[in-house]
Design a protein around this ligand. Sequence first.
Ligand SMILES: Nc1ncnc2c1ncn2[C@@H]1O[C@H](COP(=O)(O)OP(=O)(O)OP(=O)(O)O)[C@@H](O)[C@H]1O
Ligand SMILES: [Mg+2]
Length: 335
Amino acid sequence: MPDGDFITLDRVEKVFDVRRKTGFLRSERRRVRAVDSLSFTVARGEMVGYIGPNGAGKSTTIKMLTGILTPSGGRLRVAGIDPSRERTRLAARIGVVFGQRTTLWWDLPLIDSYRLMHRMYRIPDGRYRENLDRCVELLELGDLLDVPVRQLSLGQRMRGDIAAALLHDPEVLYLDEPTIGLDVISKARVREFLRELNAERGTTVLLTTHDLQDIEQLCGRVMVIDHGRLMYDGPLAGLHEVGDSERTLVVDLARELPPIEAAPARVVKVEGPRQWLAFPASESAAPLVARIAAAYPLVDLSVREPDIEAVIAKMLQSMGDTPQPPPEQAEHVVS
Ligand SMILES: Nc1ncnc2c1ncn2[C@@H]1O[C@H](COP(=O)(O)OP(=O)(O)OP(=O)(O)O)[C@@H](O)[C@H]1O
Ligand SMILES: [Mg+2]
């Protein structure tokens, strides 16, 4: 298996049959095509963002990659292994963090969960020690090891979960919303840790998130999925270009002034000495800031990123010829 094909999906499908009661003795059967002929490859050591609107099929993809769900069609391999057929063999080589759910034992102190994993995964003592020490240091878990998981804050629990996923030195780490609900400092800490992990160990990372900054700071490549289909695969800057998305520069001037002139940025709002300028997200803010600073009495400024939903929506819109998803096939059955 060449390293370029570390993860491969070839026309992978996942169809759910959902039955819903619509009345006495009546139910409706619907087929939901959560993943629809999805093909891509990820090379060893890549850090890839996997984004899309709610219900796009992101979590379903990750569950198939871990072997939790079996594809309805197509071919899927991770490190040469078919996940749903050899889930246990694959488990030794992958790590997973679901932001919405913990893999830790709720009632036990954090360290006890790690000890259990040490034994469950049969991690050699030296390796376990080394990985644990490293995670404790970089994720600042030292003071938390003796605290029962139920008493941890969300951010602390998430860091605990990330460490748990890495104790057995996985070659690939799937992260499904690892920064959801975290404060700015916890997010920064988690990102810094992931960057180091990828740089030092070459761990392949597939990251699902609704936070554009996660992608911006971590991923050279981003894939956008919508209705189970791959709509974009490339650098984040390219995604901004396709959708013409904009960032906003918020400028505080020393006093009230007429709207700032600094094309291609344009003033979209003025409130006293504060002005908001929109500029193409694909352009660097630095030259713009320099020009404004040279010509205006600048007190303070900040750059606001567009949110990920807006970027994706604009991209999907601008693609115009977006293939429409097949209508959900509903069929009424009497049971
Ligand atoms: N176990 C299941 N049974 C039936 N339908 C499911 C199941 N899991 C997911 N689905 C459906 O498949 C589609 C894709 O869901 P998925 O959880 O993969 O989306 P997602 O991209 O992770 O969304 P989000 O951003 O909200 O987490 C949705 O329509 C969802 O309702
Ligand atoms: Mg999800």
